[in-house]
Design a protein around this ligand. Structure first.
Ligand code: GLA
Length: 707
């Protein structure tokens, strides 16, 4: 059997495939290898002994990990035809190769399947893998799972992923890779608060600036599974795939099933290196929001009024918002029929005349006349039993048999795979968008899917495809429309929906301390311009904590910034701070939303130090945020990596976010000096500056500009 190698490489990443006439495997995924000279020597280098009490011939199971080829771990593909055709044995029938891609066709003529598998490595080191399976047999093929797998080197020793719940998303957890499979499963029909966004494998102890990290993510918002497996042979791999319910992917004879794809990323410059790759890739997309326009300062009225919609009240907020420089007002939940509370109305997307007797036109005109845009909230995949829609079509919910799924926030999930239900939502939303001047919609998804069936068959896959289609159709009909993906905060943030939306609601928790961790780890994958970060109320509605405006302002500064607070209650001093903070954001958003993200491995875990450095290293903005009190009297020196060591920079505190509370008699001199100080990039990276002694839950913004 002839074996050959295919080497895809980007400036920083290589992937080396071994191809035989029967299958394809991956021999290497990691740092860029400048060139691979003699294929045979590489193959000889990685060949195994024939071990005692083992197969008599060298095995070559490849990426499909087929049992029929002696592979004993978790397979890539499994399925059957009514119990038959249960074991596949694909052969490679065609290869198309370019400098950055490999497209393979594999056929199992006995089982009657054709698999198309493509690998594309882009210039940023991001590998996209996609697959489609065609049933060439004469009966239905029941696909049970298809997982994409990539090899990890033996030195990968830990797995890291993210867990969470409502208002507490993206909490990192790490554990040693040991023998067996470690799995993260999502079965709630949306990516979920608990969704990892990316599962990581670590070699040694990587930090933000150094060390090796491999990452794999589903590009999908439905059910998912992420794996790391270590076999008794020693082989370690990372995998991910769509999680299918029994019978969900029943591929009819002649049909082609497009399998949700994955995104793989590798960095030998720690977690920030991973972000650097993700950000550059996402920002290279023509439809990336900052390629269209700068991110407007957004005020969402949810925490200001909740369901208590009242034109005068909203206008009073708009007045203050316009004064301080807000650019977009979002009317949240509560504007449509009977929606005076969360027990009614979902499904009927018509303006409620009881609260908006003249429709939304007057309030939108009021907002537009002040030069602001208007945004509106929808939750189109949901229905309250107390709604005209449900009364007319109780059968239009995802359900199984004659059961109704357990209620959650008094709502059920509309079956968007039903053409009538899809058309209902599309046409009602389209009508509202056509009638009014609406720049942006916040699209929510506030419950999990349970028993999500359509005509007796599991339907999460089709429901997920339907919402992508709905978003795309709305955007096509309303060019320039922006969509925010919200799901009780962060329960639908993933690399699938990211191509259909423009922004994510990072969390329902607007407590700035909680947000620090949520934003840090969501921002590992998602660039800050796509993450809504708002200044919440003084007393957090979620945690009850009381926080200074300056802390909330520093925390909300780096993302797609906004306000989620009834600013008619703000003092004049607070309004002044908002105005200065917004002006500072507008002046710097081009840098904040294009630069390289830096999270400093700060030696004191009582504070976070992070920032953005321009790609030409001419300027940077950092935040030093005191979470708790330091153990030492004087906080650890704040160092600023990522600058040009040979250039001189002016370093000073930015006061526009308001005055933080401090626990000291006087400031360090670099802070009290109105012009700050001048230091070389080398000194800033190696020695840094002494932070002031801030009270817990306070922060400062630091400007660093080349002179
Ligand atoms: C969800 C969202 C909130 C808000 C409410 C409205 O919880 O995450 O931001 O829109 O729904 O009901």
């Amino acid at each position: 059997m002839e074996h050959s190698l295919v080497h895809l490489s980007s400036p920083d990443v290589s992937i080396i495939f071994e191809i035989s006439d029967s299958t394809v495997g991956i021999r290497y995924w990691g740092s860029a290898i400048p060139h691979v000279e003699t294929h045979n020597d590489l193959l000889a280098a990685v060949s195994n002994s024939i071990a005692n009490s083992n197969f008599d011939i060298p095995l070559y199971p490849g990426v499909l990990r087929e049992h029929s080829r002696g592979f004993l771990g978790h397979p890539a593909i499994s399925g059957h035809r009514l119990g038959k055709s249960w074991s596949t044995h694909f052969s490679l029938t065609s290869i198309q190769q370019s400098a950055s891609s490999l497209a393979l066709t594999l056929i199992d003529s006995h089982v009657g399947l054709t698999l198309e598998l493509t690998y594309v490595l882009n210039e940023f080191g991001i590998l996209s893998i996609n697959a489609a399976l065609t049933n060439t047999g004469e009966s239905s093929y029941n696909l049970e799972e298809f997982n994409y797998w990539l090899p990890l080197p033996d030195r990968a020793s830990e797995v890291m992923d993210f867990t969470g719940r409502w208002s507490h998303e993206r909490y990192p957890q790490r554990r040693a890779i040991s023998y067996g499979v470690s799995t993260r499963e999502i079965r709630e029909g949306r990516s979920g608060h608990d969704y990892t966004i990316a599962q990581l494998a670590l070699a040694g102890q990587p930090d933000f600036r150094s060390g090796e990290v491999w990452a794999l993510s589903m590009a999908w918002s439905g059910n998912s599974q992420h794996f790391v497996e270590k076999l008794p042979s020693g082989e370690t791999s990372i995998g991910a795939g769509e999680l299918l319910e029994p019978g969900e992917a029943m591929i009819e004879a002649g049909a082609r099933y497009v399998i949700p794809g994955v995104i793989a990323n590798y960095s030998n410059e720690g977690f920030d290196g991973l972000s650097h790759n993700y950000y550059r890739w996402l920002r290279s997309r023509p439809h990336h929001p900052t390629n269209i326009r700068p991110r407007p300062v957004t005020l969402n009225v949810w925490e200001a009024v909740y369901f208590d919609h009242d034109e005068a009240k909203i206008k009073a907020i708009v007045d203050k918002a316009a004064e301080v420089g807000v650019e977009r007002i979002v009317l949240d939940d509560g504007w449509f029929n009977l929606r005076r509370h969360d027990r009614a109305g979902l499904g009927d997307w018509v303006v409620d005349p009881a609260v908006w007797p003249q429709g939304l036109a007057p309030v939108i005109a009021y907002i537009n006349e002040k030069g602001l845009e208007f945004g509106l909230w929808f939750e189109g995949e949901m229905v309250n039993p107390d709604s005209d829609l449900y009364r007319a079509h109780p059968e239009w919910i995802l359900h199984e048999g004659d059961r109704t799924p357990p209620p959650w926030r008094h709502q059920q999930v509309l079956d968007l795979t039903h053409p009538g239900a899809f058309e209902h939502v599309f046409s009602q939303v389209d009508a509202v968008l056509s009638e009014y001047n609406i720049a942006y919609i916040k699209w929510d998804h506030n419950r999990v899917l349970v028993d999500a069936g359509h005509l007796g068959q599991a339907a999460v896959h089709n429901q997920t495809a339907a919402i992508y289609r709905l978003f795309d159709q709305l955007k096509e009909r309303h060019p320039g429309l922006e969509i925010e993906s919200c799901a009780s905060g962060a329960a639908r943030i993933d690399l699938g929906v990211i191509d259909h939306v423009d922004r994510f609601w990072t969390s329902d928790n607007n407590d700035a301390l909680e947000r620090q961790t949520i934003q840090r780890w969501t921002g590992l994958v998602i660039p800050p311009e796509m993450l809504g970060t708002h200044i919440g109320p003084t007393h957090s509605h979620q945690t009850g904590r009381t926080q200074e405006i300056s802390f909330r302002a520093v925390n909300a500064f780096f993302g797609h910034a906004g306000i989620e607070w009834n600013i008619t209650e703000a003092s004049d001093e607070e309004l002044r701070t908002l105005k200065h903070w917004i002006a500072l954001y507008k002046k710097n958003r081009a840098l904040l939303h294009s630069g390289k993200a830096i999270r400093v491995d700060h030696p004191d875990n009582a504070a976070f130090l992070y920032g953005v450095v321009a790609h030409d290293q001419s300027e940077a903005i950092f935040a030093y945020v005191q979470h708790r009190m330091n153990t030492s009297t004087f906080p650890a020196m704040a160092t600023f990596p990522g600058l040009d060591p040979l250039r001189n920079y002016r370093v000073k505190v930015l006061h526009e976010a308001g005055a933080p509370k401090k626990m000291q008699v006087s400031d360090p001199l670099w802070v009290s000096n109105p012009d700050g100080i001048v230091q070389s990039g080398a000194l800033l990276a190696q020695l840094g500056v002494r932070p002031p002694i801030l009270s817990p839950e306070n922060g400062i913004l630091i400007s660093i500009a080349a002179i």
